[in-house]
Design a protein. Structure first.
Length: 341
């Protein structure tokens, strides 16, 4: 996800993760936007079971995950069926998350976010009261796997780090690029969340939730630069994860079409119009600047760095928000034809 990676930040899409435990059958049931499923590989006793191994569950889609209660417990006076507390370990340059109460439907949810494990451990140790309106807390430790690897160079956390009922690893990167880390790490957690449809909980980028207020004003068609823009900063050429995107850009240029490289990869100097991509220390504002800049061009080549099922980042949505005709894999040859404007 290079919209933030250009300045070292990641957009974290908050997945409301709430799992209710059927302690008799060891089954967890969930509902994702009306799609139900279950998995029986969690040991969800009240004493907790970290590092229980991976789970196998139905492929799901969507972001908001709410529990379909398997115990038939009554709803409290406040309308909640369960109370869940998530302890999220995340370094700032790998993403954004929430802190405090978050809406989870009929589940009472609280999120504790920190880039220091000790801070999370202290919050867990002093979890008082032990119940919320009479409901015992279900605790979940969520590790951004890139943050954890960066801090420890260990693919799994020690069981004593965060002794919660359940553990989860999360990422918004692709298996194509980080498979070596995922293979070593995910088996040590109760589950994992990624963009891949085989994830226990599939996630999507927040940019997929668009409304009118997000769209930039359209520029007059006659004022547009009759060229395409390309913004990429991971120039891992000849890498299988690269999806040959730089090569495709070069192919298009070889056909005589103008493609302005605004990032580090395939970079070009500003054309006669003087349009370039500015940067600031404000990562959110940089996203706005990117969309505004590509809005000067007729096309945007919104190529991901990996070709993988489910892996769609902010790139095509940046182009949509800027009102651009966007070109994305796998329609490589259609891109070349489309640029015969």
């Amino acid at each position: 996800m290079e919209g933030f990676r250009t300045t070292g930040f990641f957009i974290f899409v908050l997945i409301i993760l709430v799992w209710a435990c059927d302690e008799v059958h060891g089954t967890i049931k969930y509902e994702v936007e009306g799609i139900t499923g279950s998995t029986s590989k969690f040991n969800s006793s009240s004493s907790g079971n970290n590092n229980a191994g991976p789970v196998s569950s139905d492929s799901t889609s969507g972001v908001s995950v709410v529990v379909a209660s398997s115990s038939g417990s009554s709803v409290t006076s406040a309308g909640f069926k369960h109370a869940v507390k998530v302890f999220h370990f995340l370094l700032g340059h790998w993403g954004e998350s929430k802190h405090g109460p978050v809406p989870c439907g009929d589940i009472y949810c609280e999120w504790v976010l920190s880039d220091h494990i000790k801070h999370l451990k202290d919050n867990l140790a002093y979890l008082t009261p032990a119940t919320h309106e009479g409901m015992p807390w279900v605790t979940l430790s969520m590790y951004n796997i890139h943050s954890w690897w960066e801090k420890t160079r260990d693919p799994k956390p020690a069981i004593c780090e965060l002794h919660t009922n359940l553990t989860m690893a999360e990422t918004e990167e692709s298996f194509v690029r980080y498979g070596y880390l995922f293979d070593a790490a995910f088996k040590n957690f109760d589950g994992y969340s990624s963009t891949h449809p085989h994830s226990n909980l599939q996630r999507i980028y927040i940019e997929t939730f668009l409304n009118e207020s997000h769209f930039l004003p359209l520029r007059n068609f006659t004022s547009l630069i009759k060229a395409g823009s390309y913004v990429a900063s991971d120039c891992h050429r000849r890498d299988s994860a690269n999806a040959n995107r730089d090569h495709v850009v070069q192919m298009i240029r070889n056909e005589g079409f103008r493609i302005d490289g605004l990032g580090r990869c395939m970079h070009t100097e500003p054309g006669p119009e003087g349009v370039s991509l500015p940067k600031t220390r404000d990562t959110r504002y940089n996203l706005y600047l990117k969309r505004s800049t590509i809005g000067h061009f007729m096309f945007n080549l919104a190529f991901e760095n990996s070709l993988e099922s489910g892996y769609v980042t902010e790139k095509p949505f940046d182009a949509i928000l800027a009102g651009k005709i966007h070109c994305a894999f796998p329609n490589t040859f259609l891109i070349v034809r489309a640029l015969h404007f």
